[in-house]
Write a protein that binds this ligand. Structure first.
Ligand SMILES: Nc1ncnc2c1ncn2[C@@H]1O[C@H](COP(=O)(O)OP(=O)(O)OP(=O)(O)O)[C@@H](O)[C@H]1O
Ligand SMILES: [Mg+2]
Length: 220
């Protein structure tokens, strides 16, 4: 799915409100990959949040293919996100009351898959992120890197048209980070998934077909 941001602006309503995103524009063709780098606090996570519809923009427009995401109602945004966008968060938001496999199965069931199919897909993706020994583990016992890998497996399993990944290798050692990166890229290429990765990891940046930097609220 093609992503297009047209002159978007975003300001948080806090005491020292400054424009975090300040007229950012970019386009990414369907099935393509893009890395975004930039200093801490510049607004990279905010950009992914507005692309995922978790946060609202103040001005501008976001398109997915020819659909104006900005103009969808809240409920249509939620539905659109469920069917089209996976978000790998900087700190993965996993459901503490469910085990590792169930955390991946739940969105798959919401997508309309049977319980049986969701489970086998979940296990397959957990294998790809090297977590087979934690299939039945509660989330609370996972290390930071393991929790991050569950978040990555969940995005891979959903096979959304778009994957937004925020520092996906930030908590990982180099062996796991290479394994996961390879699997993530392979899944994106074989399913024509559009991938945006926020990262400072040169191994990650090198493997993305497009590279951009966020500075002063703009994408350059
Ligand atoms: N919910 C919020 N309310 C108010 N300000 C916020 C909120 N979320 C983020 N900010 C501010 O917006 C700016 C951009 O934050 P953001 O998390 O997008 O940065 P980032 O580029 O992802 O940084 P990092 O590389 O450290 O993850 C920061 O100054 C941050 O303090
Ligand atoms: Mg961030």
């Amino acid at each position: 799915m093609r992503i297009k941001c047209k002159e978007i602006f975003k300001k948080y309503r806090s005491y020292n409100a400054k424009s975090v995103i300040n007229g950012a524009s970019f386009e990414l063709e369907s099935g393509n990959s893009l890395s975004i780098t930039g200093p801490s606090g510049v607004g990279k996570s905010t950009l992914l949040n507005v692309l995922a519809g978790i946060d609202e923009i103040d001005k501008g427009e976001i398109f997915f293919d020819d659909i104006s995401f900005t103009n969808l109602s809240d409920s249509n945004k939620t539905l659109f996100r469920l069917n089209n966008i996976s978000h790998i968060f900087q700190s993965p938001n996993l459901l503490m009351d469910f085990n590792v496999t169930e955390n991946i199965m739940i969105p798959l069931i919401y997508q309309g898959n049977t319980k049986h199919k969701s489970k086998s897909l979940a296990i397959q993706c957990l294998e790809e992120v090297n977590l087979i020994e934690h299939l039945n583990s509660p989330i609370s016992i996972l290390s930071g890197g393991e929790a991050q890998r569950v978040g990555i497996a969940r995005a891979m399993a959903m096979k959304s048209k778009i994957i937004l990944a925020d520092e996906p290798t930030g908590n990982l050692d180099s062996i796991n980070s290479q394994l996961i990166l390879r699997n993530l890229i392979e899944i994106c290429e074989s399913h024509m998934i559009t991938l945006i990765v926020v990262s400072h990891d040169n191994d990650v940046i090198d493997k993305m077909r497009n590279k951009k930097t966020m500075i002063d609220g703009k994408i350059i």
